[in-house]
Design a protein around this ligand. Structure first.
Ligand code: SF4
Length: 119
């Protein structure tokens, strides 16, 4: 199942903690969609290897936003381990919507790219 890889119970955590919306159609485009879950249920150093799947994932931002907004505690989501997400959440307690923040940051980056390409 796409979105969030790395430890046992990830699907349980996801299904309990996340309200599915149309915006979550991103899952069908996830790079980890066809990964063997047993090979992705890892901890510690093995998470570095699991994160490699996320590098070129087209829905990395959506995945990370979902994990941050829903305080998902386990697994690799959006290329970040649970430890990395916890650190980020501690650094930015002011953020009320990671989806909005990351989406805006992506739009800004795309705009800058377009400006450089055109101008
Ligand atoms: S960012 Fe990683 S965990 Fe999230 S959907 Fe993409 S491949 Fe899966």
């Amino acid at each position: 199942m796409p979105g969030g890889i790395g430890v046992e119970g990830r699907d349980d955590a996801r299904s309990r903690g996340v309200i599915m919306t149309d915006q979550q159609d991103w899952r069908v485009r996830a790079s980890c969609r066809d990964e063997d879950p047993d090979g992705l249920f890892v901890r510690g150093a093995e998470q570095r290897k699991a994160k490699l799947v996320c590098i070129a994932c087209p829905v990395r931002t959506e995945c990370l936003a979902e994990a941050l907004d829903n305080r998902v505690e386990f697994g690799v989501w959006g290329g970040m381990t649970e430890r990395e997400r916890r650190a980020l959440l501690r650094r930015r307690p002011d953020v009320t919507s990671w989806r909005e923040l990351l989406s805006a940051a992506r739009q800004d980056a795309l705009g800058e790219f377009e400006d450089e390409r055109v101008g």
